[in-house]
Ligand binder design. Structure first.
Ligand SMILES: C[S@@+](CC[C@H](N)C(=O)[O-])C[C@H]1O[C@@H](n2cnc3c(N)ncnc32)[C@H](O)[C@@H]1O
Length: 222
């Protein structure tokens, strides 16, 4: 007989520690209705991002990969008055759905969604001197993860937290025969972070509603 599984444990955790969340549930329903892929963070993971941003005391947050704005909503909830998120999304349809979801959740005034390739948006931000971010969450195309981390460092204040999602990929990072570009980008991310003395980092494996994966968590020493 099968025992409890990771999904059931996730449901238990969310039931006990997070509770009903009409804004996130409405965003997930709107994403599904609009045909967005269900690749947002889980509810337990979203709460974790919220807590980490809150613990960092983040006033300015950078997000790479908006989708329908579920992680953006969790992060926006950590902001103090006057706090802001810049979130980057290549797909105009995703960005439009996210804009509605974020407005419905009451965070429209805190979130600046920029539509287009994130590498170009980040280059423009660096050129414009838009630095001083306290927290970055990177969750877009995995091939560009090394570039996103470098850009996040260029835009971060010393002491900032940088988080990258999907860094375990069902264990595929240690299967060197897997030449998938997302896997190669993830391995290159580890090499980039390992070689960077201005980052202190670890990665934590996760199981649950989104399967076996993990977050890389780094402190930008400056
Ligand atoms: C995993 S989803 C983001 C999920 C979201 N962070 C959440 O948890 O709710 C990745 C998103 O990154 C976007 N994306 C992919 N490549 C991109 C690029 N080069 N620049 C900006 N966004 C990109 C995709 O369109 C997609 O919406």
């Amino acid at each position: 007989m099968a025992g409890p599984d990771a999904d059931a444990v996730d449901a238990y955790i969310v039931d006990r520690l997070v509770g009903a969340d009409p804004a996130v549930e409405a965003a997930l329903a709107a994403n599904a209705a609009a045909g967005l892929p269900a690749i947002d963070v889980s509810i337990a993971q979203g709460k974790l991002l919220h807590l980490l941003a809150f613990q960092t005391g983040a006033r300015r947050i950078l997000e790479v990969g908006t989708l329908g704005g579920v992680s953006t909503i969790w992060l926006a909830r950590a902001l103090p008055d006057g706090g802001r998120i810049v979130t980057l999304e290549i797909d105009p349809h995703h960005a439009a759905v996210a804009r509605d979801n974020i407005a419905r959740a009451g965070h429209a005034g805190q979130v600046d969604i920029r539509v287009g390739p994130a590498t170009a948006a980040l280059d423009a931000m660096i050129a414009a001197g838009e630095g001083g971010f306290d927290f970055a969450f990177i969750d877009a195309d995995k091939e560009n993860n090394p570039a996103y981390v470098r850009a996040a460092m260029a835009l971060a204040r010393p002491g900032a937290t940088i988080i990258v999602d999907n860094v375990v990929r069902k264990g595929g990072i240690v299967d060197l025969s897997d030449a998938d570009p997302a896997m190669a980008g993830t391995r290159a991310l580890y090499e980039t972070v390992a070689a960077e003395p201005r980052l202190s980092a670890t990665a934590i494996q996760t199981v649950g509603a989104k399967g076996w994966d993990g977050f890389l968590i780094a402190r930008f020493i400056g």
